[in-house]
Structure formats: structure tokens, C-alpha cells
Design a protein around this ligand. Structure first.
Ligand code: DGY
Length: 322
């Protein structure tokens, strides 16, 4: 009998829902590491549905390994750059993602990185823990004043970018943004000014990336773009690593071309450019943007629900945009 293959344990409520789907559920047995390519190919064989994560490459080979009974690939992430959507489409396989349920958690994470880098919190924490003597000083750990007039540039103002804009507006930041929603009413309500990327880079004190990874956004931020930013500027990336040329970023941070970076994602995740770890002016997180308890429940439940409706012959709730 065909089965639903789940490439990693989800949170308990999503696991309950997945077990209630109907077809037998086959779950990759290691909760902490993704299936190897071989395990993934084997697990997918004969499946009617795959529930995948951003760590799984879903390509023609995997779709063919699953075979003609495969109806849906439900990615448990809003990003779906791990999936060859065209290969799925030509095989009649529906692809879904989890938009909308992780906007606030990811925006919280982006804003946490913004504050941590602007006010040098992690560097200061390391200093205190080092046991070195200290006393209050007028020039100690001075950073960027976020409230009351710093300019935030949001690259790719979509749902998550808008949630970041809302936070920035509450902090009294000036906001510039690129992206189709930058001219809409909601954006205007937060005081967003729609600009092209060169102006955004030149005028922003903090640049926060919220675009999907596509061929057009690969290395959108490289050496020339970093050089176009202010020397006091900060780059935040909670989107996808390859949007930034990581080697160029390391060079820029080392040389003081920009002041700091807050990163949740990496170009060759989970590997990091060797230079990054040595930098005091980089705050580094292990891709935890959506890691809120309720958010992770909601992501898993939405992925499972997409499987449920598609197997019932209904339209998917959140098909990937075409
Ligand atoms: C996503 O959903 O694409 C995030 O990167 C992981 O939650």
C-alpha cells in the first residue's frame, strides 16, 4: 500500500495529524539529522505524498523514485528553493509550502539580529564572560541608535518583510523597501518608501533581506553592493544564504566596508565560511528564524493539511506560487 513519507519528526501536534492522514506514515527515524540521499530515495519509493524540509533536495530523480503514484510534495517551510517545481509540475505532482504562519516568528528573529548587531550585544556578552575588568565608559560598546531615525532597508517586502516593517515603524525607524508590496497601502501605513536597490543600499543603516532565493536573487548582495552601503551599515539575512556572496561579506566585514552582519542562514548551510566564526562583528544563528513553538506546530500542521486535502482530491491550501 502506498504511504506518506515524512523526512523528519515534526512537533507532536503535527505528528498526531500526520498519523491520522490515512495511508501508513513512514518517518525518517533520526529526529536530529536529515535522511541521507539514499534513505530519502528509498523512503520516497512508492509514496503517495512526501512531507519534506528545506534540507531535502526534491528533484527529478527523487520524484521518479517515488513513482507515478506521487500526488504531492508538501514542504514544511515557506522557502521552496530545495524543490525543482518544474520537474514536479511536469509529473503532475502538486507542491505546497507553509506561507503566512511563520511571518511573525521570522520577523522577531530578524529584529533580534538587528538589535543584537546594532547594540553589539553578543560582543558585549562575550566580553563580560571573558572575566576582564570593566567599568562604565562613555565610549564602551557604542553602536547604532536604532530608535528615532535610523533607516532600515527591506530587500523584498513580502509577508515577512512587512512584519519587520511593522516592528521598525514602532521603533520610529525610517523604512525603505524594494518589492511589489512596497507601494501598497499597508506599506504606506508604516511609512515605507519604495526605492530601487542601489538607493536602498546607499541610504540604509540596516539592510534586512527578505526575498526568496531564485536565480535572480542568487548573490544579489556581493562585493559591489556591500561597497555601496555605508561603512556604519549592518546587513541582516534571515532569508536564504546564497542571496549573499558569503566570501565577499567576510572580506567586507574584515575590512570595515560595513560595520556588522547578523546571519541566520549561510551559503553552504550548515557549513560556514571559515572567516565568519573569527569575526566579532558578526552574530551567527543556526537557521532558527521560524523556531517558535506555536510557529513550528503551525508549519507542520499546514504541511500535513495540504497532504490531507490533496489526497482527498481537493485543491491544496497553499500551493507554491507559480
Ligand atoms: C522557511 O520556512 O523557509 C524557513 O527558512 C525555515 O523555517
Amino acid at each position: 500500500m502506498s504511504h506518506v513519507y515524512l523526512s523528519r519528526q515534526l512537533t507532536p501536534p503535527a505528528m498526531v495529524a500526520a498519523r491520522e492522514l490515512g495511508p501508513p506514515l513512514v518517518v525518517h527515524d533520526d529526529p536530529d539529522t536529515p535522511p541521507s540521499r539514499d534513505q530519502l530515495l528509498r523512503g520516497a519509493q512508492g509514496a503517495t505524498a512526501l512531507i519534506t524540509l528545506l534540507t531535502d533536495r526534491v528533484d527529478a530523480e527523487l520524484l521518479d523514485a517515488a513513482g507515478p503514484g506521487l500526488r504531492i510534495v508538501a514542504n514544511c517551510a515557506v522557502g521552496f528553493d530545495n524543490i525543482d517545481v518544474d520537474a514536479a509540475r511536469t509529473r503532475g505532482v502538486v507542491v505546497t509550502n507553509t506561507p503566512g504562519v511563520l511571518d511573525e516568528a521570522t520577523a522577531d528573529c530578524a529584529f533580534a539580529l538587528l538589535l543584537a548587531t546594532a547594540r553589539r550585544l553578543v560582543e558585549a556578552d562575550r566580553f563580560v564572560r571573558s572575566g576582564r575588568e570593566w567599568i562604565w565608559g562613555p565610549q564602551s560598546f557604542v553602536g547604532l541608535d536604532v530608535s528615532g531615525g535610523a533607516t532600515l532597508g527591506i530587500v523584498g517586502l513580502g509577508r515577512i518583510g512587512m512584519a519587520v516593517a511593522r516592528r521598525a515603524a514602532a521603533f520610529g525607524m525610517r523604512i525603505r523597501a524594494t518589492g511589489s508590496r512596497a507601494t501598497g497601502d499597508e506599506a504606506r501605513g508604516y511609512g515605507v518608501e519604495a526605492v530601487e536597490l542601489p538607493r536602498l543600499l546607499a541610504e540604509s543603516d540596516v539592510v534586512s533581506l527578505h526575498c526568496p532565493l531564485t536565480p535572480d536573487t542568487h548573490h544579489l548582495i556581493g562585493g559591489p553592493e556591500l561597497a555601496a552601503m555605508k561603512p556604519t551599515a549592518i546587513l541582516i539575512n534571515t532569508a536564504r544564504g546564497p542571496v549573499v556572496d558569503e566570501a565577499a561579506l567576510v572580506t567586507a566585514l574584515e575590512a570595515g566596508v560595513i560595520a556588522a552582519a547578523g546571519l541566520d542562514v549561510y551559503e553552504d548551510e550548515p557549513r560556514l565560511h571559515p572567516g565568519l566564526r573569527a569575526l566579532d562583528n558578526a552574530v551567527l544563528l543556526p537557521h532558527i528564524g521560524s523556531a517558535g513553538r506555536a510557529t513550528r506546530d503551525a508549519m507542520g500542521l499546514l504541511a500535513v493539511d495540504n497532504v490531507r486535502v490533496v489526497l482527498a482530491g481537493e485543491p491544496p491550501r497553499t500551493p507554491v506560487p507559480t
